[in-house]
Structures are given as structure tokens and as C-alpha cells.
Design a protein around this ligand. Structure first.
Ligand code: CA
Ligand code: CA
Length: 303
């Protein structure tokens, strides 16, 4: 199986990046990923300000997928996420939306499926991918920033078993990913999750003729539109408007889409700490099934 070592990483998602590896549509690929600090926080003595900024938020890749052309959609099935043995967190004045009086780092053990937070608390892990995206349409975008190409969305539903649909903006798509979190709450309010190294196994599939407001995520029997913007208000509105467009594109009646999104849809925060804010609108897949429609008309959401 194709494996991309973590040493093959980028800090800007760009059409200019040389591919680290090549795959065909339908291939399974393993991405080994460093943590968001580039592995530089190994103890409480390693503080964030001492880290080289050129090594923050590395994303492994990019992977060139043969046959992917601008205007296509890249389906990324998250088959597995293997957690590393340690998780790191940092706090610093001005980071996140909470007060922090001093710069500090924290390192936790991950074992038996739990983060050992302190002597009182362990937290069950739910490994997720913070940064995952294709090369953007225009100029390069730092891996720390989210956008229509994906990137640093910090959406805690990008987990094992999920399918992420990303736009193909450049030939080969140039998929990269990193910034795994052992666990993270919606918002990521203190600036980071339980940052860990690990490896992600994905299947990449090129879809032709998908007309949808991407990125779209299918996770836990829900379909989600993910949107990023300078303010949370804008991100939230775009996520909701995109879901309505997606549902109508799938064949649902527009008025029923409005009503049902208001009844059983959930508008949620992904993160509020990156250069753009990210929100997601969630909607039950069972409702689409009840109407006999698929998220994507070519049936690629059948899972
Ligand atoms: Ca992140
Ligand atoms: Ca992170």
C-alpha cells in the first residue's frame, strides 16, 4: 500500500507544490503525520514561542491523484486514524478566545484509547483530522488557514468512517493532511486540541460531474456543509445556505429543506481560533433516504 512519510510535508497548500506521491482513483493511501507543532513540543519545557514558525501545522503530501481535473470532486474516505502515544497542548496570552496569563505547554500520555489528562480525569479519544485539503484555486494558502479547499477546518466530525468531499482545483488535486487531534471540543477555544502525531488511511476517489457547495462531509449518518469566513456569523450563514443548496441539488423541495433544516438540522461551530472561523450545518441522511434522493446525484454518498 502506498505510504507517504511525514517528512514529506508542506506548510502552504499550493498548486506549486511538487507531488510527494501519485495514486489512481480508488487507491488506498496511508499518510503519516507529525503533530501540529512539528513534533517540537515533547515536554512542558518546550514552549510555543521557541518553535520555528516554519514548522507549525505541517500537512503530509501532497498526493497527486491521476485523472483529477479542475471542476471534479475528490472523495476522501477516512478508513482509519491511528493515534500516536502522546498529545501536546499549548496556551499563550492572545491565543484562542480564553484568557491565558502565561505561555505553557502540556504533554499527555495516550493509552488504552484515552488521554491521561491528570490524576483525576481521563478523556476517551475520538481521533480527528484538523487539516485536510486540496490545493486551492488561486494562490497558496497556509496550512493553518481553512477555506473552500478545506485546510485547517478543525471539524471534529472528520473521523474514521467519514467521507470528505473536496473540490479539485488543480490537476491531480494535490491532497494533503495533518494536525491530528486525539480529541477536541467544538470551538477549539483555547487554540488547540490534543495535538498528536499519527497516521491516516484514506481511499481517494475522483468524482466527475458533482455540482455541490464543497467541502461536504458525511459522518455518523449525517451530511454536513463546512464553511469558513472572517466572522463566525458569516461562516454559519454560508454553511446553512450551502446545505440548502445541497439539499435542493439532491432533489429536495426548497420549502421542505428550509423547514426540516430548522427542525432537525444543527448549525454548529467547528473552530473560532484560526485565521478564519469555521462552522458546519448538519442534516440527517435518513431524511434524504426517506425522499429517495442521494446527497450527490451520482449516488456516491451510498455507504
Ligand atoms: Ca487546527
Ligand atoms: Ca491542531
Amino acid at each position: 500500500m502506498l505510504r507517504i512519510p511525514k517528512e514529506n510535508n508542506i506548510i502552504v497548500m499550493s498548486r506549486e507544490n511538487a507531488p510527494a506521491a501519485r495514486a489512481k482513483s480508488g487507491d488506498t493511501v496511508i499518510f503519516e503525520t507529525a503533530d501540529a507543532f512539528g513534533g517540537q513540543i515533547t515536554s512542558e519545557a518546550d514552549v510555543f514561542s521557541s518553535i520555528g514558525w516554519d514548522r507549525v501545522n505541517p500537512a503530509t503530501g501532497p498526493l497527486y491523484i491521476e485523472g483529477a481535473e479542475p471542476g471534479d470532486c475528490l472523495k476522501v474516505d477516512i478508513l482509519d486514524i491511528k493515534a500516536g502515544g502522546k498529545a501536546a497542548m499549548v496556551m499563550s496570552p492572545g491565543f484562542g478566545i480564553l484568557e491565558a496569563s502565561a505561555e505553557k505547554s502540556f504533554v499527555f500520555d495516550i493509552k488504552e484509547g484515552k488521554v491521561f489528562f491528570d490524576g483525576s480525569i481521563t478523556i476517551d479519544i475520538e481521533p480527528m483530522i484538523g487539516v485536510i485539503g486540496t490545493a486551492p484555486a488561486g494562490g497558496g494558502v497556509a496550512t493553518g488557514t481553512p477555506g473552500p479547499h478545506g485546510g485547517n477546518m478543525d471539524c471534529k466530525q472528520i473521523i474514521k468512517g467519514a467521507a470528505l468531499y473536496l473540490p479539485v482545483n488543480v490537476p491531480g488535486a494535490l491532497l494533503s493532511m495533518g494536525d491530528l487531534h486525539a480529541v477536541m471540543g467544538d470551538g477549539e477555544v483555547a487554540v488547540c486540541g490534543a495535538e498528536m502525531a499519527g497516521e491516516v488511511t484514506v481511499r481517494v476517489t475522483v468524482l466527475k460531474g458533482v455540482k455541490a457547495p464543497l467541502p461536504v462531509l458525511i459522518s455518523k449518518n449525517r451530511v454536513m456543509t463546512v464553511a469558513s469566513a472572517p466572522t463566525l456569523d458569516e461562516a454559519a450563514k454560508t454553511a446553512a445556505v450551502n446545505m440548502r443548496e445541497l439539499l435542493i441539488g439532491a432533489g429536495m423541495d426548497g420549502e421542505k429543506a428550509n423547514l426540516l433544516m430548522s427542525l432537525v438540522g444543527d448549525l454548529r461551530i467547528c473552530q473560532v481560533v484560526d485565521p478564519l472561523m469555521t462552522a458546519r450545518m448538519e442534516f440527517n441522511l435518513d431524511i434524504l433516504k426517506a425522499y429517495g434522493v442521494c446527497v450527490f446525484r451520482n449516488g456516491s454518498d451510498t455507504r
